[in-house]
Ligand binder design. Structure first.
Ligand code: PLP
Length: 481
């Protein structure tokens, strides 16, 4: 250990190193497009360069940051690059990063209202703001019977909704004696894999998840949903939960919420709506058609950490009846009892999700909303959608390529008119160049490239470059085959 180094970092050292770290982050953002977007390391390469044992004596932050640059950065895929077009985006922004830093600095645990009242009350309030900003039904606001909570991910939100649905259907019995009833869950064949995982974790069993057929636009077919529910009832099952998706992962298809909601109403089934990425589009009035029928849902989730400039993790989860959620997740041991909880006048968010402890995540969301304002956020979304539409137009106009699904927002699914193998090679070729990063899916059984425009600093120039690289790589590949 360095002789001068005390056990803890002093405030003066923290200030000095902290400024250097902020510089490091600012430099990173200035240069992020100079790195290969997809990390080019081979499996095990990062680990093999790390020392076998931790240091006995403490080291300086300078040494740690030096090693970060040398050892860690090569193993980073640059999600914040303007040339990142893979999966769905995972946005950050200056106001979110700085507010998250303050949250780390405060180091609170907001498990109960009393363990930091501001953590709970800001979260409740900001989620009510967001409900208004997105024009969500009033029933999701805390001023009525519902309310919103920040979860780590949409996967957790969908799981909590399923647990509440399970308890509604079995009148709290499953929590008491375990899942004894034959319960069924419904989601389209295009729903995210987190629904299947939720069914496994909630103890319903994945065999009891029914995948509903989709139409030509990859949206859930409500007739098939109703047929499958009726068949299950005949067979002695209890249908408990339908998950509809607003913006599927493969192609941003929108399930018809009105029709699905009407069916759930007939059979008293919990309707959960997963709008993980696309939900943010509803900030703009012209895209609100995607959530038509949401007033029929029992719960709703979308991720500001995907497309709303709020760095990971931040998934907003709303319920129409908060008591159903709280009753299905609440356990109150002696050591957590306190006056505020017992008065019934406060929310204790530990009862709204799986973990007990929780970070002060609303701080970054509050900071983003205030920094950009509603108009700023709308501008941001509209720019990405316009770029997505432009790209889809280029694909459509080129007879060597084909669009594989409607492209209503910022995701374009397409392929070269050739074999699956060709398209696989094309993607591998593009991603190994390090100049851009796309991912793939399968639509109608065919290997499909996905290009999603959602990075903060992506401009028309980056999208034009991407299209040029794609067309040139396809021509080159065709010439070699
Ligand atoms: N639902 C949809 C529609 C998604 O697209 C995704 C991820 O892309 C998820 C859920 C899972 O998101 P999370 O990582 O927040 O669990």
């Amino acid at each position: 250990m360095d002789k001068q180094k005390s056990l803890h970092m002093t405030p003066a050292e923290f200030r000095k190193t902290g400024y250097a770290v902020i510089d490091w982050i600012a430099d990173y953002y200035e240069n992020v497009d100079s790195y290969p977007v997809l990390s080019q390391v081979t499996p095990g390469a990062i680990k093999s360069r790390l020392p076998d044992a931790p240091p006995d004596s403490g080291e300086s932050m300078e040494t740690i940051i030096h090693d970060l640059n040398q050892l860690i950065i090569p193993g980073i895929t640059h999600w914040q690059s303007p040339n990142f077009f893979g999966y769905f985006p995972c946005n950050t922004s200056g106001p979110a990063i700085l507010a998250d830093l303050i949250s780390s600095g405060l180091g609170i645990n907001g498990m109960l209202w009393s363990t930091s009242p501001a953590c709970t009350e800001l979260e409740t309030h900001v989620l009510d703001w967001l409900a208004d900003m997105l024009d969500l039904p009033d029933r999701f606001k805390s001023t009525g019977t519902g309310g919103g909570v920040i979860q780590d991910t949409a996967s957790s939100s969908s799981l909590c909704a399923l647990i509440a649905a399970r308890e509604r259907a079995t009148k709290g019995k499953s929590n008491e004696i375990g899942c004894r009833d034959k319960m069924t869950v419904y989601a389209s064949s295009q729903a995210h894999s987190s629904i299947e995982k939720a069914v496994m974790v909630a103890g319903l069993g994945r065999k009891n998840l029914r995948f509903i057929n989709v139409d030509d636009s990859f949206a859930m077919n409500p007739d098939d949903l109703q047929d499958k529910i009726e068949q299950d009832i005949k067979d002695g099952y209890i249908p408990v939960y339908v998950c509809a998706t607003v913006g599927t992962t493969s192609s941003t298809a929108f399930d018809p919420l009105k029709k699905i909601g009407a069916i759930c109403g007939i059979y008293n089934i919990w309707l959960h709506v997963d709008a993980a990425m696309a939900g943010t589009a509803a900030l703009c009035p012209e895209y609100r058609y995607i959530q038509e029928g949401l007033e029929l849902a029992d719960s709703y989730t979308f991720n500001p950490h995907k497309w709303m400039l709020t760095n990971f993790d931040c998934s907003c989860f709303y319920v129409a009846d908060r008591n159903e959620l709280i009753n299905s997740l609440s356990v109150l041991p002696e050591y957590l009892k306190n006056q505020a909880t017992q008065s019934g006048a406060v929310f204790d968010y530990r009862d709204w999700h799986i973990p007990l402890g929780r970070r002060f995540r609303s701080l970054k969301l509050w900071s983003v909303i205030r920094y950009y304002g509603v108009e700023g956020l709308r501008k941001y979304i509209r720019r990405h959608v316009a770029l997505g539409q432009e790209f889809a137009g280029w694909v459509e106009a080129n007879d060597r390529f084909q669009l594989m699904a409607p492209a209503p927002l910022n995701l374009v699914c397409f392929r070269y008119r050739a074999s699956d193998k060709f398209n696989e090679l094309l993607l591998a070729d593009l991603n190994s160049s390090g100049n851009l990063y796309l991912t793939h899916t399968k639509l109608s059984g065919k290997y499909t490239l996905r290009l999603c425009i959602g990075q903060v600093h992506t401009t028309g120039k980056h999208v034009r470059q991407a299209w040029k690289m794609i067309t040139e790589a396809a021509e080159k590949l065709e010439a070699t085959i």
